[in-house]
Design a protein around this ligand. Structure first.
Ligand code: HEM
Ligand SMILES: *[C@@H]1O[C@H](CO)[C@@H](O)[C@H](O)[C@H]1NC(C)=O
Ligand SMILES: *[C@@H]1O[C@H](CO)[C@@H](O)[C@H](O)[C@H]1NC(C)=O
Ligand SMILES: *[C@@H]1O[C@H](CO)[C@@H](O)[C@H](O)[C@H]1NC(C)=O
Ligand SMILES: *[C@@H]1O[C@H](CO)[C@@H](O)[C@H](O)[C@H]1NC(C)=O
Length: 337
């Protein structure tokens, strides 16, 4: 008897909690949580004061979330005994960071408006704020996303591009998400802030495409600098700046690419390739144009959705229904019933 009742209760609860996401729109939380965007910005400001790089690290999360089954915060789920999540996927392990900043933002949001603002929307707002706080453009974000009920390490492994990627591959990858060549180049401008690991560049310093030689497109004095930072057989976790002004969101990244001073192969290839080169040149001399196209690209990337059922997670790291010891619950109820 108790067993049946409990089963019914859980069934009803799930019906109530799980919804299908609707159309995204600006000011989605203007009634349910009018201070949502203000709260995110304040916590991001504090994080930036503690560690400047952390807001770049949070901004990167939008890309790694949205490309894998849509912007649904699947990226933020911790592994469980039954589910290998995305945090340990090839492009994410020992690389994505500052999840604790996301936790802080979520905690502040839950305090003000419990159960209202999704973790997926949190990432979208936080990415915008990271850019603004670093001196980049502001754009209006569309909101109303739901958080996924699951995550997939395999999907992330399949989709997320390696730092070795060439422009041809990246053009094709982005086109599969309806993102244009312009979107690809503008969005790569996100590498105007933040850092990367030696692990991500040693192949191009010492053995580009298995040649046993360095990537010839690296400007010699820059290569000398990178060789010192990342000696062959050295610590792969040492980090270097992704452009010459890693705390400032500006078009320096594109000037660097023009000068053979791109950090990643996937960066420099955008100048080597004749199709993407036109955009790199344009952005290197026209920061306003870069800002405008970047904002447009972020909104397009933020629109990626699969329309799967979802929920508003209370804790970005776990789904609401997750009960690690649900069998104990059933046993107790059986005895009582
Ligand atoms: C075009 C394909 C892209 C590739 C291949 C790529 C690859 C990478 C790699 C390898 C790193 C350094 C990671 C490490 O060494 O641990 C990195 C860092 C970063 N990426 Fe990308 N990325 C791409 C596009 C994007 C996009 C679209 C965004 C955001 C809109 C983004 C934002 C960032 C940021 C902010 C960092 C620095 C993070 C930090 O300092 O913690 N990237 N990316
Ligand atoms: C680009 O990368 C793809 C996939 O790794 C590879 O098949 C292709 O040959 C590369 N293209 C060029 C021009 O290097
Ligand atoms: C790309 O656009 C097409 C046509 O509008 C649409 O059917 C498809 O679902 C889109 N793909 C993605 C990944 O959004
Ligand atoms: C360079 O890469 C190729 C192909 O991956 C590999 O066979 C070769 O051993 C590497 N050479 C060095 C010096 O690491
Ligand atoms: C970086 O550090 C992590 C954790 O300390 C370690 O497990 C990993 O092997 C290191 N990665 C590289 C490329 O050295």
């Amino acid at each position: 008897m108790g067993y049946t009742l409990l089963f019914f209760f859980i069934l009803l609860q799930s019906l109530n909690l799980f919804a299908i996401s609707t159309t995204l729109k600006p000011n989605f939380y203007s009634h349910a949580c009018p201070k949502a965007e203000f709260i995110v910005k304040e916590v991001m400001k504090k994080a930036m004061k503690r560690e400047t790089r952390s807001i770049a690290s949070v901004m990167r999360l939008q890309f790694h979330d949205c490309f894998v089954n849509g912007c649904d915060a699947s990226l933020l789920l911790d592994d469980t005994p039954n589910m290998l999540g995305e945090k340990l996927a090839l492009s994410n392990i020992d690389s994505l960071r500052s999840y604790e900043v996301v936790d802080d933002v979520k905690e502040a949001l839950e305090k003000a408006c419990p159960g209202v603002v999704s973790c997926a929307d949190l990432l979208i707002i936080a990415a915008r704020d990271a850019v603004v706080l670093s001196g980049g453009p502001y754009w209006e974000v569309k909101l109303g996303r739901l958080d996924s009920l699951t995550a997939s390490q395999e999907d992330s492994n399949q989709i997320m591009p390696s730092p070795r990627s060439n422009a041809t591959y990246l053009i094709d990858l982005f086109s599969r998400f309806n993102l244009s060549v312009q979107d690809l180049v503008a969005l790569s401008g996100s590498h105007s802030i933040g850092k990367g690991r030696c692990f991500s560049i040693v192949f191009r310093l010492y053995n580009q495409s298995g040649s046993g030689r360095p990537d010839p497109t690296i400007e010699p004095s820059f290569r000398e600098k990178l060789d010192k930072l990342c000696p062959l057989g050295g610590d792969g976790n040492v980090t270097g700046d992704l452009d010459a002004t890693p705390e400032l969101f500006d078009n320096q990244y594109f000037k660097d690419l023009v000068n053979g001073r791109g950090f990643l192969n996937s960066d420099e290839t955008l100048f080597t390739n004749s199709i993407t080169r036109e955009y790199v040149k344009e952005y290197s001399v026209d920061q306003e144009r870069f800002f405008k196209d970047f904002a447009e690209g972020m909104v397009k990337m933020g629109d990626l959705q699969l329309g799967r059922p979802g929920e508003i997670r209370r804790d970005c790291r776990v789904v609401n229904s997750y009960r690690p010891r649900v069998e104990v619950l059933f046993e107790t109820s059986n005895k009582k019933g």
